[in-house]
Design a protein around this ligand. Structure first.
Ligand code: NAI
Ligand code: MG
Length: 352
């Protein structure tokens, strides 16, 4: 069976790292008969500035109908100050495809990348499930008496029972599939009674459906502290959109930074959107300094989504070898270029 994969490099270093990921997928597909059919799309700032195109609705429909995954680079360009094209491309994909799971692994690849290990801390190796369609990001609210001394700004935190339940189930199902025993749900139900109360009730109800798992809870402020003090505790964590945003940046900070951070936007069983967490990094475009590892780890998530778990593990092992031999870009203490790191990783994949 052929699997159609759309590749959207986007802007800036997205155009440098996404093609390297695509080459890796092509290589694995032909070596191991995966039947991946990659197709490139030029959506991004150049196209927008040329003819005003962001993401045509009929293309979005075609993605939904015929494709199994999108490998995305990054969007953001100084020539488009309001980032209109970025919103219309990336946010349209996330919202219109209803990709409610934002899955982010937080794995320390080597002790030297951690500000904590060696100070009595253990390494982190977890997967964070961030709700991706609700919360304070839905932009409900308003500014009242704006410009006066009595101004009030309100940003509503929107949580639906369906939305809370489906992200919690996604984390629990993932834990079951991967042999994990404990899943942490994190909220701020002591202060945010209405939203937190819903998360608490849903979590308690779900315990009945997952008797084989230990469903635990930790307030988000405490969890942030414990990620620093006892990072090894957190192997599966589920939380809302805002808390997930913050906790996963903390996770990136204690595991080597943006150059290593991968993510998947999923609606299980449907097309998924796979992207490194970093942006278009205009400050290093064209210098060969863009770290391609985040994109390779993103490709591993994409392969796993397609059911190619063995190939996903091969990619992770190849990345581990690049780390072990310090074949890395300057952001993580190496002295190699994007293409040197990429060629090394693909050479390891060919051997494994
Ligand atoms: P950024 O992630 O692009 O860069 C932050 C810093 O990290 C920069 O110093 C950059 O050089 C470095 N960096 C990021 N990725 C790297 C990599 N793979 N290798 C080596 N160094 C790396 O975030 P910033 O600067 O806030 O945003 C730049 C543009 O990207 C903006 O237009 C922003 O809107 C957009 N952006 C897009 C995202 C996306 O497409 N998902 C996510 C975040 C930002
Ligand atoms: Mg963020």
């Amino acid at each position: 069976m052929m699997s159609k994969i759309a590749v959207i490099p986007g802007d800036g270093i997205g155009k440098e790292v996404a093609p390297e990921g695509a080459k890796l997928l092509e290589q694995l597909s032909s070596a191991r008969g995966l039947g991946l059919e990659l197709e490139f799309f030029d959506y991004g700032a150049d196209r927008y500035l040329k003819d005003g195109t962001t993401l045509p609705p009929e293309q979005l429909e075609a993605f939904r109908r015929d494709y199994r995954a999108i490998l995305f680079g990054a969007v953001g360009d100084p020539r488009v100050p309001d980032s209109r094209h970025a919103r219309e491309i990336l946010l349209a994909l996330r919202f219109q495809l209803d990709l409610y799971v934002n899955l982010r692994p937080v794995r320390l690849l080597a002790d030297r990348f951690s500000p904590l290990v060696g100070k009595g801390r253990k390494e982190i190796d977890g997967v964070f499930f961030r709700e991706n369609t609700e919360g304070v990001y839905v932009d409900v609210g308003g500014n009242f008496k704006q410009g006066t001394a009595d101004e009030i700004a309100i940003t509503e935190d929107v949580n639906s029972r369906k939305g809370v339940e489906r992200i919690c189930r996604a984390a629990l199902d993932w834990a079951r599939k991967h042999g994990e025993k404990t899943v942490w749900m994190s909220d701020k139900s002591n202060a945010m009674r209405h939203a937190g109360g819903l998360w608490q009730r849903v979590w308690k109800e779900l315990a009945r459906d997952y008797p084989d798992l230990e469903l635990r809870h930790m307030y988000v402020d405490v969890l942030a502290m414990q990620m620093v003090l006892r990072p090894e505790l957190f192997r599966v964590v589920v939380t809302n959109n805002l808390f997930g945003d913050i906790l996963t940046d903390l996770g990136a900070g204690i595991s080597g930074g943006l150059g290593f951070s991968a993510s998947a936007n999923l609606n299980p069983g449907k097309i998924g959107l796979f992207e490194p967490v970093h942006g278009s990094a205009p400050d290093i475009v064209g210098t060969g300094k863009a770290n391609p590892i985040a994109t390779f780890l993103t490709c591993a998530l994409l392969l796993e989504h397609l059911g190619h778990d063995a190939e996903a593990r091969i990619v992770e092992k190849a990345v581990d070898l690049a780390v072990a031999e310090n074949v890395l870009t300057p952001d993580v203490g190496g002295s190699r270029t994007t293409s040197e790191v990429s060629e090394f990783v693909r050479a390891q994949v060919a051997r494994l």
